[in-house]
Design a protein around this ligand. Structure first.
Ligand code: NIG
Ligand code: FE
Length: 429
């Protein structure tokens, strides 16, 4: 595991080349190299081109090939590793009962109002030890990796008190150190109003600003601050207050915006120049246009709309309005208990008017940009991290076509082969 890898003879090398989010029509450009090859040295991409070009370069530079692992990707497509830029993967307990209630007609918000939903996961997460959360987290990350995800964002938000929020963030940071996946930690203390603060939402925002955020920042436990800006949760002005304070302390910001009710979350994201606004099922036309002008990434989460039986976000309209769209799973124990990347591709392409090319950009370079990492991941470009996915098929077009099924054959992380379906899955070192 030295991070030295040569991948050659790829039927399609889908580079998604670029160092910033792709907006509007740019999302359709994948910059494909037929018969492509990549050289990764010590985890960093050193050369990209056709197999012939890359082999010529290698022989000229007298590279010692015995120091490199080689993957022959004949008849296979190679893409950048997928980036899942919105998840809540650290939590205690499950909510299978709640899923059954929803099948019988209860709404997500009804369940939340009567004390279920996020509150029940909060109870279970408070009760869980850090080690229990860690062990569950490893399993979930392993599963994500098998779907080709090489970087994931993970939120707190199932503590709603200082100790548990910090426990969650510590676990996320620990996992970043021990697991192959890179993890971007997000502080989501304002995920719901805890019992002790019911009816005193402003006081809870004060508590987060005064007692929790400073510790999170001081201990470098998060890179982002997020908030559930929603009717009956946190208002636009409460969200603004929290996000402004978080930014002053040095965190980047993103929001759960206009998921269930059109509240003005998209407009707030534009006003604050947030990195991303996520969900957007109910976002107004004007809010979307403001986001496009302010370079806020629209992160769409189709598996959540699917699981909640809500109308999908207007993917086509949002791209045509000039926004950069990212796609993510929203993996969590309530509204979307799925880390499935094939499901995201299926829903985005079949139900949201998003083309396969746009969906690929949305899960690679644009989701990297939604984590402010488009300079180091999200595309196959020289000097970026060597995070790649090899498909079982010769083209990226098979991803949504083989509907709902995992088409990933191999995953390369920082130049090391870490998942190989042909060899029975995960490779541990
Ligand atoms: O993104 N909307 C708020 N938060 C999550 C759901 C979390 C949960 O239900 O546990 C979401 O859908
Ligand atoms: Fe979410």
């Amino acid at each position: 595991m030295n991070g030295n890898m040569i991948i050659k003879n790829a039927a399609e090398l889908v580079t998604c080349s670029g160092f910033a989010a792709k907006k509007g029509p740019e999302m359709a450009e994948l910059h494909i190299i037929p018969d492509g090859a990549v050289v990764i040295r010590e985890g960093i991409i050193e050369a990209v081109g056709t197999t012939q070009e890359v082999e010529k370069k290698l022989s000229k530079s007298a590279t010692d090939l015995s120091e490199f692992d080689t993957i022959d990707a004949r008849n296979k497509a190679v893409l950048p590793g997928f980036v899942d830029s919105h998840t809540h993967f650290i939590f205690g307990g499950y909510r299978a009962e709640e899923f059954a209630w929803r099948l019988r007609g209860d709404s997500y918000m009804d369940i939340m109002k009567r004390g279920g939903g996020i509150a029940s996961t909060v109870q279970a997460t408070r009760a869980a030890s850090a080690n229990e959360l860690l062990q569950a987290g490893i399993k979930r990350l392993d599963s994500m990796l098998s779907f080709g995800v090489t970087t994931v964002e993970g939120k707190s938000g199932y503590g709603l008190d200082k100790d548990t929020e910090i426990k969650q963030l510590e676990v996320i940071n620990h996992l970043d150190g021990i697991h192959y996946l890179d993890i971007v930690p997000t502080f989501l203390g304002a995920h719901a109003v805890p019992e002790a603060f019911k009816g005193r939402e402003d006081d809870f925002i004060d508590y987060l600003i005064d007692a929790v955020l400073p510790q999170v920042v001081e201990r470098n436990l998060a890179q982002y601050c997020d908030v559930f800006c929603e009717k009956n949760v946190f208002s636009v002005s409460q969200s603004k207050r929290l996000l402004t304070s978080a930014r002053e302390l040095g965190l980047k910001i993103k929001l759960h915006a206009d998921e269930i009710v059109q509240l003005g979350g998209a407009e707030l994201a534009a006003e604050l120049h947030a990195t991303s606004a996520d969900h957007l099922l109910q976002a107004s036309d004007d809010g979307i246009r403001q986001m496009a002008r302010a370079d806020v990434i629209a992160t769409l989460l189709p598996a959540t709309a699917f699981s909640l039986k809500e109308p999908y976000a207007r993917g086509r309209f949002i791209i045509d309005s000039g926004c950069a769209v990212a796609l993510a799973t929203d993996f969590n124990p309530g509204s979307c208990f799925s880390e499935s990347i094939p499901l995201i591709f299926a829903l985005a392409t079949l139900y949201m008017g998003i083309t396969t090319e746009e969906a690929v950009s949305a899960l690679t370079i644009n989701s990297a940009a939604a984590l402010d990492r488009a300079d180091t991941i999200g595309s196959i470009d020289v000097a970026k991290q060597g995070d790649l996915v090899v498909l079982e098929y010769p083209s990226y077009k098979y991803i949504p076509y083989h509907v709902g099924v995992n088409t990933v054959d191999k995953v390369v992380k920082k130049g090391n082969l870490v998942f190989d379906k042909e060899k029975g899955g995960m490779r541990y070192c």
